[in-house]
Design a protein around this ligand. Sequence first.
Ligand code: ACO
Length: 323
Amino acid sequence: MTIRAVVRGIGHYLPENVVENAAFEKTLDTTDEWIRSRSGIERRHFASEGETTSRMAVLAAKAALDDAGMAVSDVDAIVVATSTPDLTFPSSASMVQAQLGMERGFAFDVQAVCAGFVYALANANALVVSGQADRVLVIGAETFSRIMDWKDRSTSVLFGDGAGAVIVEKQDGTGQSSDRGILATDLNSDGRFKDLLYVDGGTSTGTTGYLRMQGNQVFRHAVEKLAATAQTAMTRAGVTHDEVDWVVPHQANIRIIQGTAKKMNVPMEKVIVTVQNHGNTSAASIPLALSVGKQSGKLKTGDLIVTEAIGGGLAWGSVVFRL
Ligand code: ACO
């Protein structure tokens, strides 16, 4: 008998404030055309004052609980992937735990920047498989608008805010790739690339610094590393590219998404794309895309899904699961 962590519920929350590319033309030497053609981004959501990472995470978590038909008392653990916590500590996850009214279990954050959700899902899988928890709420939530240098056109036009959540639950499987649940994970990092993408100075208490990125250097690493990690996870899962129903990638740049899908031998018709509407929401982007994909009726029970992400660290990874 094999223990599987099966995705039972998916939900998301996006702030009401939507900002179109054209808005940046007023303050920066940029154009809607440049942003669209270089990144695929058309608009993004920005959190309003007081709308914190933990608040958005709670709203996404409630949507996922509703989708699963579960109460918060059913949950054993909360893992929040974020690089923009409300405070340096306590963890955003423990703040979410309190706001949900959950009085037992445990909660902690995972910090792997844009790869955060993949890392969090892999950790949730390990908790379930090792018997530490039967049901885990896994959330990706970010307020990157709070670490933007609004004078830097090469970064400030690319990011957005939001949150997505999934609930995984322990179920018995056969050990075959036909099982529902997480079939394989692959995680990687290489700290030598720190200077390509980091937040300078300060602390994360509201006096934090600004995001700095050598975008074209990150781009160079992205397609190759994403396709490689996806292939490693698929091989571990015992599946091939023609069995994949959906790729749900980190949503940073449409050209990275297309290049990776091509290298994976998966047509774009099988890729969930939300970058045009959300921008890069870092650790929130994959659960947001999963939720939008499910709500649109594309992702169905039994589908084989490959997620892949890369971000600051550099950190990158992939999770393969059957919905
Ligand atoms: N408007 C107009 N021109 C701009 C803008 C802008 N908003 N931003 C940059 N430019 C200019 C640059 O100054 C440069 O001008 P120059 O040639 O005169 O020096 C020119 O456009 C080209 O710049 P590049 O950076 O080479 O453009 P590129 O085609 O690489 O696209 C982008 C930039 C969109 C950032 C791309 O490199 C990218 O998506 N990189 C990967 C980002 C990523 O995946 N990050 C990881 C996840 S994020 C995380 O972990 C937090």
